[in-house]
Design a protein around this ligand. Structure first.
Ligand code: ZN
Length: 324
C-alpha cells in the first residue's frame, strides 16, 4: 500500500459493530472471532469489532473487550471500536484498540434521544478522551475519530443547518479528535449532498482531517454515494458484510452498504482494496452460518461475479483524480 495513492481505498468493515448491534440475535463470541479471522484472511485491514457501550444497552456487544484482544492477534489489522463516552474510552484503551470513534450527532435532538447528551456534553467527553490518549506513550496512542452522525439529515429534526455542522466539526477537532468522519445515520445521503458536505466540512477542518464516509443503503443510493465520495477524494468507506442489520425504516433495504458489493465496484473501477473477493464471500458464509434465519443483503453474493471478471489496472476516473 502506498500512502496517498489515489488508487488505494480503505474498506473498513463495521459489521461486527453496526451490523450486530442492529439485530435481535446475538452472535456467539466464538463466531465473531471466526468472522474476524475470515475477514483478515480476505485482506480486510480495518474492522470495527464492537462498541464499549454499557452491556445492558447493547448486550450483543458485551464481549467487545475479548473480541478486541482476539483481533489484535492479527498483525497489521487496525482494530477499531465505537465509544459513546469517556467511560467507554477507558475500557477501549485498556483493551488495546487501535482506533476509537466517538459519535457526535449534529442533530442535538437525536443526540439527546440517543446518548442523552447535549452537544456541549459530548464535546466534554471528547476532550476527556483526548486527554486520556495524550497521557499514553506516543507509540501506543490510538487514532481518535469524531464521527458527525445524522450529518445528512435526521429522522427527528430533518435537515441540519450548515452552521451547526461546521461548528460541530470544528469543535470536535478543537477537542482533540484526529479526524472527523461523515456518517449517514438516517440513510438520507444523496450524491450531491455527499459532494457538498465533504467540501463544507473540509473547508472548516482541512482536507486531511476528512477521509472517511459511513454510508447506509436505506434508499438505494449507497454505492452512488460512494462514487460521489471517491470523486471528492474520500479514501475510507465503512461497509458491513451482507448489509447486516437491515434498515428499520425501509424493509428490504440493507443497513450499511454491503461490503461485497462495495469491493466489487471499487475493483471494477480500478481501485485497490487489498481484498480478495472470493475470500470475502467465504467470510460472508461465516456470518450466514452463525446467524441462521438472519437476512443478508447484497447483489454480488447472489448473482456471482461477471464471467471473465478482471479489475482494470487503472481507475476509470483516473483523469478526474489527477486533476484533483
Ligand atoms: Zn451505521
Amino acid at each position: 500500500m502506498v500512502a496517498g495513492d489515489a488508487r488505494q481505498i480503505l474498506v473498513s468493515e463495521v459489521g461486527p459493530r453496526d451490523g450486530l448491534q442492529s439485530i435481535a440475535a446475538t452472535m456467539s463470541t466464538a463466531a465473531k472471532k471466526r468472522w474476524i479471522d475470515a475477514l483478515v484472511a480476505a485482506g480486510v485491514s480495518e474492522i470495527e469489532v464492537g462498541s464499549f457501550a454499557p452491556a445492558k444497552l447493547l448486550p450483543q456487544l458485551a464481549d467487545t473487550a475479548e473480541i478486541v484482544r482476539h483481533a489484535r492477534l492479527h498483525p497489521g489489522l487496525t482494530v477499531a471500536v465505537l465509544v459513546p463516552n469517556r467511560r467507554g474510552a477507558e475500557d477501549a484503551l485498556a483493551s488495546g484498540a487501535h482506533k476509537l470513534t466517538l459519535p457526535l450527532s449534529v442533530s442535538e435532538t437525536h443526540s439527546l434521544a440517543n446518548l442523552r447528551r447535549t452537544h456541549a456534553q459530548v464535546l466534554d467527553e471528547a476532550r476527556a478522551i483526548a486527554g486520556l490518549i495524550a497521557e499514553m506513550p506516543a507509540a501506543e496512542r490510538p487514532h481518535f475519530e469524531g464521527s458527525l452522525s445524522t450529518v445528512f439529515g435526521c429522522t427527528l429534526e430533518g435537515p441540519i443547518a450548515d452552521d451547526v455542522i461546521r461548528r460541530c466539526a470544528a469543535e470536535l477537532m478543537a477537542a482533540g479528535a484526529d479526524e472527523v468522519g461523515l456518517s449517514d445515520t438516517s440513510g438520507y445521503a444523496t450524491p450531491g449532498e455527499v459532494r457538498r458536505l465533504v467540501a463544507l466540512v473540509r473547508a472548516v477542518v482541512g482536507d486531511a482531517a476528512v477521509q472517511g464516509l459511513h454510508l447506509h443503503n436505506t434508499r438505494g443510493l449507497g454505492l452512488a454515494n460512494v462514487v460521489a465520495g471517491l470523486d471528492a477524494g474520500i479514501t475510507t468507506f465503512d461497509a458491513s458484510q451482507g448489509g447486516l442489520g437491515g434498515c428499520p425504516f425501509a424493509p428490504g433495504a440493507s443497513g450499511n452498504i454491503v461490503t461485497e458489493d462495495l469491493v466489487f465496484m471499487l475493483q471494477a473501477m480500478g481501485y485497490e482494496t487489498g481484498i480478495d473477493l472470493t475470500a470475502l464471500l467465504r467470510a460472508r458464509d461465516v456470518v450466514g452460518e452463525a446467524l441462521p434465519g438472519e437476512q443478508l443483503f447484497g447483489f454480488v453474493a447472489e448473482a456471482g461475479l461477471p464471467k471473465g471478471f478482471a479489475a482494470p489496472a487503472q481507475p476509470v476516473f483516473a483523469a478526474e483524480l489527477e486533476k484533483a
